[in-house]
Design a protein around this ligand. Structure first.
Ligand code: ATP
Ligand code: MG
Length: 572
């Protein structure tokens, strides 16, 4: 049988007498023969550190001080302290409980169970002998369950595990802007190290009520359909929801591109996507100069589930760093369905009991504590904001599934995308009836509010009319005109990718369309014509376009002149 070993760390090697004394000590205390292995550690200036079984004897200078400190603290303040202190000092000898080490009991599927760490706390980071790291997620009577941030091949059963006393955190700072990082803040874009300014825990309490102020300014997406009918305010949480391949990511990316020059920091968190899709997205952002103010956090489909699980929280902490400095932040979680699935995988492996659709019972809390951290901070707190656009994928348009209903109830509204619209060519494929923004209206600029007028009502009337018009063959002229008007509005909302519209273009387009000036243009030419009209306004009537951009308002005179000028343009 192999002799058991004990490891001694010190700056100077023990001589044979000392070694003998150790062996005797082991025999006395542990009733066994141990082999003493000496390891050089120059950082131990005085004394030594001894590891045996699951005990650590920290008799280094530093360790003894630490123990002495806690011994003094344990003296109750009510008692007469001097004699007690004297007592403590005289009778005091360092003990073996200053530090714990555990051993891996079982490892597999990105999870390790460790015993011997009786005082480890939930969320604490553990370090394995190989250098791999993990986070405590399950506390049991005799063991703790730990999710691994590194490949589990590096963790061996029986190897030593140490506590760090810290919860999971992420380095943050200005230098992260323009970079692609993983869930733990490590750069993965091959552009070298990132010098951090601070280190923040990934889980933070959300700002309280008094720390917030009402949402009062817009985050423009640059997409006419959203900015006119479902405006998003700074600090708001707006869900983008739809089936696969309906243009969800496209909306998020266009919104990022539209923040150019608006002094907003964008964070795109990719969860469970292909690395190649994320790389393509980064290339696109670079092409439009949007990486200058954007950070991409990527936990790809091939990363262990724990990394996918913490990615949104890491991104959120990065966002908070900027928000707390008074900056405006836009954060996109693409997507939370995959995030919930990663959490489900992890929870099932940790043997937690499954609930509805096999998700664990706390999946609601998973997303609410994340999204609640978005806020519009009060002026006393610096006035920063963090707007969140979580994305959720539905299965055949089923918004009543577990994860969609959860997230719909946590957010301030949703942009609902529909496959059928997408295939009809109506892109962005926003379903007007099912989409809503519960706070954005308050934050919409005056110009947009005035220009968008009755568009939502007109469109829903058109939708109703369209249905029964299908059954009638000959229509009176008024109905034909009404139908055409509805079609113009619908076609007007079509917008290609990567072409966000500035506010003045949106205002001019809306005013012209809603005053029915564009009704005689053939539908297939409409978008092209609208584009030309906007260019024409910019070139020939910049006084109107710049007045809208600068003041954010639309005067009655300007509105009237847009109508008459648009009529003039259509006649050209
Ligand atoms: P997934 O479910 O795979 O994440 P998604 O819902 O995020 O998909 P996107 O990847 O954004 O969808 O878009 C799907 C496809 O539709 C892409 O090829 C994209 O280029 C195209 N697309 C998206 N929006 C538009 C648009 N406004 N005009 C034209 N094409 C678009
Ligand atoms: Mg997508």
């Amino acid at each position: 049988m192999n002799k058991k070993t004990a490891v001694l760390y010190s700056d100077i090697a023990p001589d044979s007498v000392q070694e003998k004394r150790f062996i005797e000590f082991f025999r006395e205390k542990y009733h066994n023969d141990y082999e003493l292995i000496w390891k050089h550690d120059a950082s131990i200036i005085k004394g030594f550190r001894l590891e045996i079984e699951s005990d650590v004897y920290d008799w280094s200078g530093e360790g003894m001080l630490r123990q002495l400190k806690s011994a003094i603290r344990s003296v109750s303040s009510k008692e007469n302290i001097v004699p007690l202190l004297k007592d403590k000092f005289e009778g005091w000898i360092p003990e073996a409980v200053a530090e714990e080490i555990g051993r891996v009991k079982y490892v597999g599927d990105g999870i390790a169970y460790v015993d011997g760490l009786e005082n480890a706390g939930y969320g604490e980071i553990l370090v394995f002998e190989s250098g791999a790291r993990g986070m405590v997620q399950e506390l049991r009577e005799n063991e703790v369950g730990c999710i691994l941030f590194d490949e589990d091949e590096s963790v061996i059963e029986g190897s030593v595990v140490k506590r760090t006393g810290k919860t999971a955190g992420i380095p943050v700072g200005e230098n992260f802007i323009g970079r692609v990082i993983d869930s733990l803040g490590k750069p993965i874009d091959g552009a070298g190290e990132i010098k951090e300014s601070d280190y923040l825990p990934i889980e933070n309490p959300a700002p309280g009520i008094v720390e917030r102020k009402p949402v009062d300014s817009p985050v423009q997406t640059g997409l006419l359909v959203i900015d006119s009918m479902f405006p998003i305010g700074k600090g708001q949480r707006e869900l983008i929801i739809g089936d696969r391949q309906t243009g969800k990511t496209a909306i998020a990316v266009d919104t990022i591109i539209n923040q150019k020059g608006k002094n907003v920091i964008c964070i795109y968190v990719a969860v469970g996507q292909k690395s190649s899709s994320v790389a393509a997205l980064v290339t696109k952002l670079k092409k439009f100069g949007a990486m200058d103010y954007t950070i991409v956090v990527n936990a790809s489909a091939s990363d262990p589930a724990p990394l996918q699980y913490i990615a949104p929280y890491s991104g959120c902490s990065l966002g908070e760093y900027f928000m707390n400095k008074g900056r405006d932040v836009l954060i996109i979680y693409d997507d939370l369905s995959k995030h919930a699935a990663a959490y489900r995988t992890m929870s099932l492996l940790l043997e937690r009991s499954p609930g509805r659709e096999a998700y664990p019972g706390d999946v609601f809390y998973l997303h609410s504590r994340l999204l609640e951290r978005s806020a519009c901070l009060s002026d006393e707190r610096g006035g920063g904001s963090m707007t969140a656009l979580p994305i959720v994928e539905t299965q055949s348009g089923d918004v009543s599934a577990y994860i969609p209903t959860n997230i719909i109830s946590i957010t301030d509204g949703q942009i609902f995308l529909e496959s059928s619209l997408f295939f009809e060519g109506q892109r962005p494929a926003v379903n007007i009836g099912l989409s809503v923004s519960r706070v954005g209206g308050a934050a919409q600029t005056k110009a947009m509010k005035k220009a968008s007028g009755t568009i939502k009502l007109d469109l829903s009337q058109f939708k109703e009319m369209e249905v029964f018009m299908q059954f009638s063959s000959d229509l009176d002229e008024a109905s034909v005109r009404q139908l055409k008007y509805g079609q113009v509005l619908t076609y007007m909302l079509r917008q290609p990718q990567y072409k966000p519209m500035p506010v003045h273009r949106q205002v001019i387009t809306l005013v012209a369309a809603l005053s029915k000036v564009l009704n005689d243009i053939p539908l297939e030419k409409l978008n092209e014509k609208i584009n030309e009209m906007n260019e024409w306004f910019e070139n020939n009537h910049s006084e109107i376009t710049s007045a809208i951009e600068q003041s954010g308002t639309l005067s009655d005179e300007d509105r009237d002149s847009i109508i008459s000028l648009a009529e003039e343009f259509v006649r050209l």
